[in-house]
Ligand binder design. Structure first.
Ligand code: SAM
Length: 491
């Protein structure tokens, strides 16, 4: 790395970096607001949905990795807002090849190196923590695999992810099909899946400044990932990745490797917008809280977006009445620890998974001086949403991911469940100030149920989201002043 400057910062740390981040589609504005709040930078939302761009000094990388609304991060090498592709395939691909040597790689590669050095620090610390906790008892007693060494972007004392490979377990409702893309948070909307020309890791990870022959440093391994969307291109993303990758290899004398790569070069093509970047994350940052997955585990980044829509205030009581594996309340408790979170589900297996996820998180953090070392403000209960053991008007915020009627429940059952949910949620929520963010793909049923509950809930916003390829909606509702019908004598 370069030498430290007068203020103790290396030139790389002082350099300005343009960061690209993939975010859950529909939550671009939420992510931009988070970046503004935590990093003081304005973001530009890409025309290509699900991405934002912002500039920060490279020394802010640790904070960038701690953002809660971003899935993958990359440093932008160059962006072309109106790239003119030649008509014939050969000419268009030749232009892409020629572009490689004209791109300003030096500063982005410094940012990538800095990011790597942060990763190494974190890996060292993680190993140390694992050693010191190795003798401690395992909390999980249900025979499920527990991923205690999962990559954790939520750690507060460092920024980048650990380098060990993660086990890609779990069938998440929010997960895209196929390999996860570094630059496609919800790439299910893209007409063509990503193609890759790849590389692998090992040895020195010094990129140099883009010139050939890096002295005694080991040859880097790389891959190019191309994401292409638009119907006017004469080439496929595979062809673009292949030819662009060939030129990268030639230019840097790096070695292409499909799976074990040090550098992942991203080529994002969306109609006439072209962005070349270098990945700063190895896997999506939404994999931060959950070790015990269920059939419809929600991304933590989407959970964050839903919670943030409700603008939680200190001391608010926040409830997820259909919590599944607990992605929403766990994210809530981590990010809004001064609120009190209550969650439940009628499925005992889901409740157990949620409880195990909390245990894993507590265990992972027990050696750290983080707020979770003293526990997290969250209780998980088995209950039926139609008959919640909570006092009337006692809850400030409700955030939940309702059964879509596909993997969980059925569309038929939703016709009874949804109105009953809205009714009971209306009862427990504080009139006048209470709010709810509800995710569903069964929009027709939801609209009908809401029209029947218009006296207690007023829709104030709809955010269209892509959940594992499904076109879903998050409805932000405000509780009216109207008294809700008290249907039972529980309290
Ligand atoms: C879409 S899933 C929630 C997934 C969750 N967000 C997660 O990250 O795992 C919907 C959940 O609603 C629960 N559910 C369905 N009917 C319910 C009811 N009557 N009372 C409570 N929970 C119910 C299901 O068991 C399921 O876990």
């Amino acid at each position: 790395m370069a030498e430290a400057g007068p203020a103790g910062e290396s030139p790389a740390e002082e350099a300005a970096a343009v960061i690209g981040a993939t975010v859950p589609t529909g939550f671009e504005a939420t992510a931009a607001a988070e970046v503004q709040e935590k990093l003081g930078s304005a973001s530009r939302v890409s025309k290509d949905r699900g991405k934002i761009y912002f500039a920060v000094p490279a020394r802010c990388l640790p904070q960038v990795h701690r953002l809660r609304s971003v899935d993958n991060l990359f440093v932008v090498v160059q962006e072309f807002k109106d790239y003119q592709f030649k008509e014939s395939k050969e000419d268009a691909l030749k232009d892409l090849e020629d572009l490689v040597k004209k791109l300003p790689w030096t500063d982005p590669l410094k940012v990538w190196e800095l990011n790597n050095s942060l990763k190494k620090k974190k890996t060292k610390r993680k190993k140390h923590n694992q050693q010191s906790s190795a003798s401690k008892e395992k909390l999980n007693d249900d025979g499920e695999e527990e991923r205690t060494d999962q990559k954790d972007a939520s750690e507060q004392e460092d920024c980048a992810q650990a380098t060990e490979p993660a086990s890609g377990q779990g069938t998440e409702e929010t997960e895209e099909t196929g390999a996860e893309s570094q630059n496609g948070g919800d790439d299910t909307e893209q007409p063509e899946a990503k193609d890759e020309l790849h590389g692998g890791s090992g040895g020195e990870t010094k990129a140099g400044d883009g010139k050939k022959g890096e002295g005694d440093a080991k040859v880097l391994k790389f891959r190019v990932t191309c994401n292409r969307a638009g119907d006017k291109h004469s080439f496929t993303s595979n062809e673009a990745a292949r030819d662009f990758g060939g030129a990268v290899q030639e230019h840097f004398q790096w070695k292409a490797d499909m799976t074990n790569f040090d550098v992942e070069v991203l080529l994002n093509i969306h109609n006439n917008e072209v962005v070349v970047g270098i990945a700063l994350t190895e896997e999506s940052l939404h994999r931060r809280n959950i070790t015990h997955f269920g059939p419809t585990t929600l991304r933590s980044t989407l959970a964050y977006g839903m919670l943030r829509l409700c603008d939680p205030q200190p001391t608010d009581i926040i409830v997820d009445p259909m919590c599944g594996t607990g992605a929403i309340p766990i994210e809530g408790a981590m990010e809004w620890p001064s609120c009190y979170h209550i969650a439940g589900d009628n499925n005992p297996q889901a409740v157990k998974r949620a409880a195990n996820n909390i245990c894993s998180l507590l265990k992972k953090n027990e050696n750290k001086e983080s707020s979770t070392s003293v526990g997290i403000p969250l209780d998980i209960i088995q209950w039926d949403i139609c008959n919640l053991p909570l006092r009337t008007g006692s809850v400030d915020v409700i955030v939940t991911d309702m059964p879509f009627g596909k993997r969980i429940g059925s569309k038929k059952k939703n016709w009874d469940l949804y109105p009953a949910c809205l009714m009971e949620m209306g009862r427990i929520c504080t009139p006048g100030t209470g709010r709810a963010a509800l995710l569903t793909q069964d929009k027709k049923c939801f609209a009908k149920a809401l029209s029947r509950m218009g006296h207690i809930w007023r829709k104030s916003q709809t955010v269209w989201v892509n959940v594992g390829g499904l076109h879903a909606a998050v409805y932000l509702l405000k509780r009216t002043w109207e008294r809700a019908e008290i249907r039972r004598s529980f309290w």
